[in-house]
Design a protein around this ligand. Sequence first.
Ligand code: PMP
Length: 362
Amino acid sequence: MSIPVPQPGILNITPYVGGKSKAGDAPVVAKLSSNESPLGPSPKAVAAIEAMIGQLHRYPDGGAAALTAAIAEVHGLDPARIICGNGSDEIITLLNSAYVGVGDEVLFTEHGFLMYAISASAAGATPVRAAEMNRTADVDALLAAVTDRTRIVFLANPNNPTGTYISDQEVRRLRAGLRDDVLLVLDAAYAEYVTKDDYRPGKELVEAHDNVVMTRTFSKIYGLSALRLGWAYCPAAVTDVLHRVRGPFNVNALAQAAGVEAVRDQAFIEKAREHNDKWLPILTQSLRGMGLEVTPSVGNFLLIDFRDSGKTAAEAEQYLSAKGLLLRAVAGYGLPTCLRMTIGLETENHAVIEALRQLLGK
Ligand code: PMP
């Protein structure tokens, strides 16, 4: 007897499990498990969705022209090189489905974002991980891991779940060490949170080279995770390829309408950045003060290592969860001793710190 068999690689995939949104029987007090913005979206984006409610029987604009124009205007980009997607997850998947197949390798860092491995495997390619240095991308290790079969290098900068980044100079060194036919994808999902002078999301590199793509999202600082909206800035030839393989209406109309308003409301984004800037050092210090190891983060989340705390990450996760405080277990990222905490509202942050103090007796 024979059964339908999926393409090679598919059955090697461990399905992606998102951050928890339930705390068992306890009411959720703080959902800090998915790097969402505690401030939510711009009220202008919400109003744009409300204004669309009478139009739900109409298909969206397949080319997302108004949204693309707004992104281009705000970021100073060429609209012809922008492609929007159903989350940046879709863009990552489209890149893999268009550029890799059986026998190819897709390279990323040791604790790199999980979707790179999942979508590379779905396309039949082999995911390859390069060692990190201090939980940070190591350009030399990445370059050493490139083979004749490497087709794409994904660099989450900053990376999830580590929160670390590499400088523009290091990204340039990485690109310069790659063959011209290897695509370098700079995943800048958390770019808006980074306030370091030596950081660049990737626009200049995309414009200077035919093999660099930058991906962005409305799920993080824009607070629109539910809508699934991301975009990429690409060399013209890559944009052309992605338009050929995407679904004809891959970005829904509500996401398009909200995205236009959200990207234009940079004053709102500034507030979200300020909130993050304020809490990142406070939380880092409080956690370190309890003897926990915290990886220096430039994103909207912290990687907390319980290795020397006397408790396991699983015990801490359970203890917090019973109090309705949801953090993210990251064993699937090769970090079994850690939890990832998204920066929340003031009360949420205090609640986690207080609960951890109790757990650790500090
Ligand atoms: N890249 C990174 C580094 C992420 O952390 C995430 C969200 N978890 C994504 C991409 C995907 O985001 P989205 O599909 O919501 O745009």
